[in-house]
Design a protein around this ligand. Structure first.
Ligand code: OSB
Ligand code: MG
Length: 373
């Protein structure tokens, strides 16, 4: 199909989270979210920039992403003709980093293509390997272990298939032990967000005892070699998140034995084109993948659902119901999870949900439109 980009609108939203989310790098209570709206022929496609409010998960943050979009990506994209949405991956290809900003624009182009074709985004992507996406939850560091246990119980009762808890030095072995004692048989994993070094090998090795599905990104955000040394020592599979930004990193990590599982995040890798390439590579090497989350609004959430319908997303992802994050989401209906702990794919064109434009306008604090004549 293809299209010419006639207009791009950037929307900056601010929305409080239902509950704070704490990782080894800090606590988030309010999200600042950039949506990218790309228009052509009377239709609009939407993408979400998934960076945090501060450059702690990676180097990107909302304010910086806005400038990268305004000063680099949007001027390059405006007026461009794309034959396929995969060509949108070229926008910003000469920049170093800033993949989440690029990914927001790229995802909007995929959504627009799907809408122009009148088909669901999962179909445009070549997904739909399953009609229901298996879902897990990511539970942040809490103020007390009892609060964590209570939250886990509530999520299990809601049907979620696996539980991920965040760990950091001082909130790790005894916490995993307490959770295991309470829930001996659940699918359980831990995410360290780069809080450890090889000097902590014994501490991480102590986690082997608790039958975790995986430990996510224990070491530095940009390291592959030390993870391969650590993986040799652990029985628990390592899953890499932060340090896999491209198919090139995925290949290096697999060849060095740095992980046995990869978390694919649409923004972190710069969009659907790179996400699909990493997915395909992992599939050919027998490495299962799952879809990570970045506390997205309904737009990014819907994109994650489409992505997670690709064949090799065999493990439950961090893709969960809107109400875990927002009292009101910007899409209609909100994303809901079945009692089986799944999200059912939708057949509407594009990302599959309607935008609640009135509510979106009420949480928008900044907006800029480009390349309209
Ligand atoms: O490491 O997976 C992560 C949230 C913000 C930054 C990093 C991470 C996360 C999550 C949340 O784990 C996943 C979600 O529920 O969206
Ligand atoms: Mg992670």
């Amino acid at each position: 199909m293809g299209f010419q980009i006639e207009q791009i609108c950037l929307h900056w939203l601010e929305m409080p989270l239902v509950h704070f989310f704490e990782t080894s790098f800090g606590r988030t209570t309010r999200r600042r979210i950039i949506l990218v709206e790309v228009s052509s022929g009377g239709a609009s496609g939407w993408g979400e920039v998934t960076c945090g409010e501060h450059p702690h998960y990676n180097e990107e943050w909302t304010e910086g992403a806005w400038l990268i979009l305004r000063d680099y990506l949007v001027p390059e994209a405006c007026g461009s003709r794309l034959e396929t949405p995969a060509e949108a991956a070229r926008f910003g290809a000469r920049l170093r980093g800033h993949r989440m900003a690029r990914g927001g624009l790229e995802a909007a182009c995929w959504d627009l293509e799907a809408r122009l074709r009148g088909e669901p985004l999962w179909k445009t992507l070549g997904g739909g390997a399953r009609r229901e996406i298996p879902c897990g939850v990511s539970i942040g560091i809490q103020d007390t272990p009892a609060q964590l246990i209570g939250k886990i119980r509530a999520e299990l009762e809601a049907g979620y298939q696996r539980i991920k808890i965040k760990i950091k030095p001082g909130w790790d072995v005894h916490i995993v032990e307490a959770v295991r004692r309470e829930f001996p048989d659940i699918l359980l994993m831990a995410d360290a967000n780069s809080a450890y070094t090889l000097a902590d090998t014994d501490r991480l090795k102590a986690l082997d005892e608790f039958g975790l599905m995986m430990i996510e990104q224990p070491l530095a955000h940009d390291d592959i070699i030390d993870h391969s040394l650590l993986q040799e020592k652990l029985n628990t599979p390592i899953c890499l998140d932060e340090c896999i930004r491209t198919r090139h990193h995925a290949r290096q990590a697999i060849e060095l034995g740095a992980c046995r599982i990869i978390n694919i995040k649409l923004g972190r890798v710069g969009g659907f084109t790179e996400a699909k390439a990493i997915h395909d590579l992992c599939q050919s090497r027998g490495i299962p993948v799952w879809c990570g989350g970045m506390l997205e609004s309904g737009v990014g959430r819907a994109h994650n659902i489409a992505l997670a319908s690709l064949e090799n997303f065999t493990l439950p992802g961090d893709v969960s119901a809107s109400k875990r994050y927002w009292t009101r989401d910007i899409i209609q209906p909100p994303v809901e999870v079945t009692p089986r702990g799944t999200i059912v794919l939708r057949d509407e064109p594009g990302f599959g949900y309607a935008l609640d434009m009135d509510f979106l306008a009420s949480v928008r604090v900044r907006q800029e439109t480009f390349c309209a004549k």
